[in-house]
Design a protein around this ligand. Structure first.
Ligand code: GLA
Length: 396
């Protein structure tokens, strides 16, 4: 039968509409409307230290430390939980490290009112040379759902020559979509193919930067770096982040010992300014009072979790002295004064820097010292220690 031209053209347009990429739209799985909060094993335990005892103790500590009440929710196992595949291709957990099996561990985490996460890789092997997911995406996603997985991080090691990041991650997104369980999808290709340009409809979060190092401003030859280089990499990609689809500057190093508490305060404050995922990366069963004070600062967490989901912009930079500003859902602003220099310095932020008229009268609340100043007009300033931050909330 001949189809008349107008109908075939209409069909063609319809097909185009159905298949057209929905540019700018977020992944429609309803998850991670605010940045995910939780813990991930990698920064502290790496490959060697991961086992079911650590994960159980972490889940216990998440509750007893008050972190659960503060909003931390996901307990995520990173690389090295997996050891091979059986004859049917099913992914196998390391029986020595996980004698009770992954399902039992997920059940334990769930019994604490928490959620459970796992790690995989788009290539043939993970970065630590455990089995990758290539060719097994649907099979693995089904297995993860059956185990009770709520969060999946997928890495970018040992890919095939020419393997495309967007299509590889889209494959896993589709597999998770059909697995029958809501699973937050965390893309981890280190920012190497500018995921902010394509991942909004593919993942709930994507690493925008290489691996974090537990240092203020070190840079590794392979790309990893400390807090200062990450601040620079986050500058300029603000508009791609928002509810359900977040730029991820990597997991937290707070409490791991490589930085001063002042630097950790800056690290945590800036991750909150960025609306970054807050995945603690330390031993939360043995935290110093200072580490606890940082990770449990509810005023700073509230800035991270603000419903508007805006990523802070660097609105002023004078050498090593910076002002970052983030609009909040109540019309307020979170403002961070950051001193990257080697000595204490005074930094000021004016209302026009943060998008307010000069004449506006606002309260200024310091989110670390809790000091409140009322009827402030035009600007505020503060002495900021070396590598430190003063973080405030402005409300007109
Ligand atoms: C990569 C990732 C890290 C971690 C390791 C595990 O480097 O970026 O976050 O998952 O692999 O091997």
């Amino acid at each position: 039968m001949r189809i008349s031209l107008p109908i075939s053209r209409g069909l063609f347009v319809l097909m185009l509409l159905v298949s057209a990429p929905m540019a700018g739209r977020a992944l429609d799985n309803g998850l991670a409307r605010t940045p995910p909060m939780g813990w991930n094993s990698w920064n502290k335990y790496a490959c060697k230290g991961l086992n079911e005892k650590v994960v159980r103790e972490t889940a216990d500590a998440m509750v007893s430390s008050g972190m659960k009440d503060a909003g931390y929710q996901y307990v995520v196992m990173d690389d090295c939980w997996q050891v091979g595949r059986d004859a049917q291709g099913n992914i196998l957990a390391d029986p020595e490290r996980f004698p009770s099996g992954i399902k039992a561990l997920a059940d334990y985490v769930h019994s604490k009112g928490l959620k459970f996460g796992l790690y995989t890789d788009v290539g043939t092997m993970t970065c630590a040379k455990r089995p990758g997911s290539i060719g097994h995406e649907y099979q693995d996603a089904k297995q993860y759902a059956a185990w009770g997985v709520d969060y999946l991080k997928e890495d970018w090691c040992n890919t095939l020559p020419g393997q495309n990041s967007e299509s590889s991650y889209t494959l896993m997104r589709n597999a998770l979509g059909e697995a029958g369980r809501p699973i937050v999808f965390s893309i981890c290709e280190w920012g190497s193919t500018k995921p902010w340009l394509w991942a909004g409809q593919v993942g709930n979060l994507w690493r925008a930067t290489p691996d974090i190092q537990d240092c203020w401003d070190c840079k590794r030859s392979w790309g990893g770096g400390g807090i200062a280089p990450i601040l620079d990499l986050m500058d300029g990609i603000e508009s791609y982040s928002g509810p359900g689809h977040w730029n991820d500057p990597d997991m937290l190093e707070v409490g791991n010992g490589g930085m001063t508490n002042e630097e950790y305060k800056t690290h945590f404050s800036m991750w909150a300014m960025f609306s970054a995922p807050l995945l603690a990366g330390n031993d939360i069963s043995n935290m110093s009072p200072e580490t606890k004070e940082i990770l449990l600062n509810k005023d700073v967490i509230a800035i991270d979790q603000d419903a508007l989901g805006q990523q802070a912009r660097r609105v002023k930079k004078t050498g090593d002295l910076e002002v970052w500003s983030k609009q909040l859902s109540d019309g307020g602003r979170a403002v961070a004064l950051v001193n990257r220099s080697a000595a204490t310095a005074s930094i000021s932020a004016s209302w026009t820097d943060v998008g307010y008229p000069d004449s506006l009268s606002a309260t200024v609340r310091d989110l670390w010292t809790k000091k409140l100043s009322s009827n402030v007009k035009g600007s505020f300033s503060a002495d900021v220690p070396s590598h430190g931050v003063v973080m405030v909330r402005l409300n007109p």
